[in-house]
Design a binder for this molecule. Structure first.
Ligand SMILES: Nc1ncnc2c1ncn2[C@@H]1O[C@H](COP(=O)(O)OP(=O)(O)O)[C@@H](O)[C@H]1O
Ligand SMILES: [Mg+2]
Length: 301
């Protein structure tokens, strides 16, 4: 079997108005492949065609031009959807069901037995962190973060080999975002293929193996995140703390070799990292407060 889980060829989508007149060219001649086992990111500002692309993959929309093969089938083949999980941009789950009932409902759609549904439901509730009181509350009482979690659990009910996530981290706070990113990375560990869309650059950079940048329905850049972001003309060396004398010596060695030191600095961590450490520290030691300029230690709490 081919290594490509998705093959998109010259895919275009024109939305028409009520009278059938062309209104918006949402996607213009998109071609790309997604390989088995990778996390692929569709990146682009609002309105660039990400949601349209995902819906075309699922066969929820009909393309104006071009073709899609997904899991070796054409997009309009509905049977393939049994092997796909989908988290839509907007939640469409029933507001009056609780988490258990929601997953049970979707389990029935996939014709799972009662015992199978129960087992899968317990497992998924645990996996997305909705155990405890949350699982018995109606979804209408859920926060945005909890809604995204139950949405992900729903998308995974049929243990799909391909998971399509439309803006999985949108509207989540940093803790929710970190959890969601970890859950996406776990999917890759479990051998799944993931396609996710986002306009949040950091989230895409953190989890995706390869990305495509869309702008106004056109593919502008595609490649591995590592290769796209790596600067080959420079070398970075990270060492333990160096004193002035050692730095001078290093500089001299480099000069002899025709190289130059462009910048000497201490590495900074990300704000996300600092935030998560602060929260962890506060959980561990509730009364503790940091002086201005002081910060939680680097060690995982
Ligand atoms: N049902 C629709 N009817 C008409 N235009 C649409 C429809 N859905 C999306 N569009 C338009 O198509 C373009 C791409 O939209 P979309 O795929 O939702 O982008 P993204 O998910 O990247 O924000 C936008 O200009 C949007 O307004
Ligand atoms: Mg969208």
């Amino acid at each position: 079997m081919s290594d490509n889980v998705i093959e998109i060829r010259n895919l275009s989508k024109v939305y028409r108005d009520f009278w059938g007149r062309p209104k918006v060219k949402a996607l213009n001649s998109l071609s790309l492949e997604v390989k088995r086992g990778e996390i692929f990111g569709l990146l682009g500002p609002n309105g660039s065609g990400k949601t349209t692309t995902l819906k075309l993959l699922l066969g929820l929309l009909f393309p104006t031009e071009g073709s899609v093969r997904i899991l070796g089938r054409p997009a309009h083949d509905v049977e393939k959807n049994e092997r796909i999980g989908y988290l839509p941009e907007e939640s469409y789950l029933y507001r009056f069901l609780n988490a258990d009932e929601t997953l049970d409902f979707y389990g029935r759609l996939f014709k799972m037995s009662a015992a199978e549904r129960k087992k899968r439901c317990d497992e998924l509730i645990q996996r997305v962190g909705l155990q405890g009181g949350a699982r018995h509350r109606q979804l209408k009482e859920y926060s945005k973060g909890m809604t995204r979690r139950i949405g992900l659990a729903q998308a995974l009910i049929n243990d799909p080999e391909l998971v399509l996530l439309d803006e999985p981290t949108s509207g989540l706070d940093p803790l929710g975002t970190r959890d969601m990113k970890d859950m996406i990375l776990d999917l890759r560990k479990a051998g799944k293929t993931v396609v996710m869309s986002s306009h949040l650059l950091a989230d895409v950079q953190d989890v995706c193996d390869r990305i495509a940048i869309l702008y106004r329905g056109e593919l502008k850049v595609i490649g591995s995140v590592q290769e796209l972001l790596e600067s080959r003309e420079e070398t970075q060396i990270l060492t333990s703390q160096l004193d002035e004398a050692t730095l001078k010596e290093v500089e001299q060695v480099l000069q002899r070799r025709g190289a130059s030191v462009k910048k000497v600095s201490h590495p900074t961590s990300t704000l996300e990292d600092l935030f998560l450490r602060t929260v962890a520290e506060s959980e561990a030691r509730p009364g503790r407060r940091f002086e201005p300029g002081e910060r939680p230690s680097n060690e995982k709490a």
